[in-house]
Design a protein. Structure first.
Length: 322
């Protein structure tokens, strides 16, 4: 068993891919129903498990073809107490499904043990409430108590790290980082932003990163931005020391706002080639960013185009430098 919990390999450099928009891909492209957008519910039956495994195998194979690392996410974004009533799940059932989810991705890592670069097991945690339109403000103290339960479950598995994915509030991120540190787990915070580059609370992304660092003694391993199109936030990345804390991007393929996406009954997959070019521009501007993946509306086509574009550029740059 490989264990990167004590030192994440992506912090040493090198390129890493993630998957794409898991839920939107399975729902819209493959016709698979996901209750409450909670992908862990697919682990309950063989057809759902097969769909999840088939989905992740495509990305793991892509990472191997490009000779890059892979951050392998658990389908646990909504496997926490906030969603227990909607899903009809008890605390014991949620604890069990978190363990099962990590066992599931650990088995996939074993299946792809021949990959030449690291495969990092990542426990994903979503926000309290709707990631597109949070219903209430969550204090750091409440977040530490709430997310601490799921983090404690994950800490007792083979997971290497956790990521707070699609977080909408700096205060909630602060509480989650504190809870992760108390369990000895490396933690990444990935914020989502609106079309103006600000969090749904109205806070600029740079201020949110600085606040989390200030309140947690820079406790996060790094930060990411996800669930937004590059056009929505690239203007916000032009200046500030905080930008060096951003190591990963997982963008939506669509330029639509969160409100527009919420109201849509069809999938806007955008243009994979155009999205890849925008990633290249971001990677050129921020060469320290080394984790690349996708979010809502994106699938293997988008990540393949991104890998073709960004990986080729980085390899060429290294050859020129040598």
């Amino acid at each position: 068993m490989r264990d990167y919990r004590k030192h994440l390999p992506q912090l040493e450099g090198g390129l890493f891919l993630t998957d794409a928009g898991l839920e939107t891909d399975l729902i819209f492209n493959h016709g698979i129903e996901i209750r409450e957008f909670a992908a862990h519910t697919l682990l309950h039956d063989s057809a759902g498990r097969c769909a999840l495994a088939r989905y992740f195998r495509g990305f793991l194979s892509l990472a191997d073809r490009h000779d890059v690392g892979f951050i392998l996410d658990s389908p646990t974004w909504r496997a926490h107490a906030y969603w227990s009533e909607a899903l009809g799940s008890t605390a014991d059932e949620l604890a069990a499904i978190n363990r099962e989810a990590i066992d599931f991705i650990a088995d996939l890592r074993d299946e792809f043990a021949g990959n030449r670069r690291p495969i990092v097991l990542n426990g994903v945690i979503g926000p309290c409430g709707d990631a597109y339109a949070p219903e209430t403000r969550v204090s750091a103290e409440a977040a530490e108590r709430h997310h601490g339960r799921q983090i404690a479950w994950l800490a007792r598995t083979d997971v290497d790290m956790i990521t707070a994915l699609t977080f909408t509030q700096s205060s909630e991120a602060i509480g989650l980082v504190r809870a992760a540190r108390s369990e000895g787990l490396p933690v990444v915070v990935s914020f989502t932003v609106e079309t103006d580059g600000r969090l749904p609370t109205g806070q600029p992304i740079g201020e949110a990163v600085d606040e989390v660092d200030a309140e947690t003694d820079s406790g996060a391993a790094y930060f990411m931005i996800n669930c937004a199109h590059p056009d929505h936030f690239r203007h916000a990345l032009r200046r500030g020391e905080w930008t060096r804390r951003i190591r990963g991007i997982r963008c939506n393929s669509s330029r639509c706002s969160h409100a527009e996406l919420d109201a849509a009954d069809t999938l806007d997959a955008g243009d994979p080639a155009e999205l890849a070019q925008l990633y290249r521009e971001l990677a050129d501007r921020m060469p320290w960013v080394n984790v690349f993946g996708g979010c809502c509306g994106s699938d293997l086509r988008h990540i393949s185009a991104i890998a073709d574009c960004v990986v080729a550029d980085r390899i060429e740059a290294l050859q020129v430098a040598s």
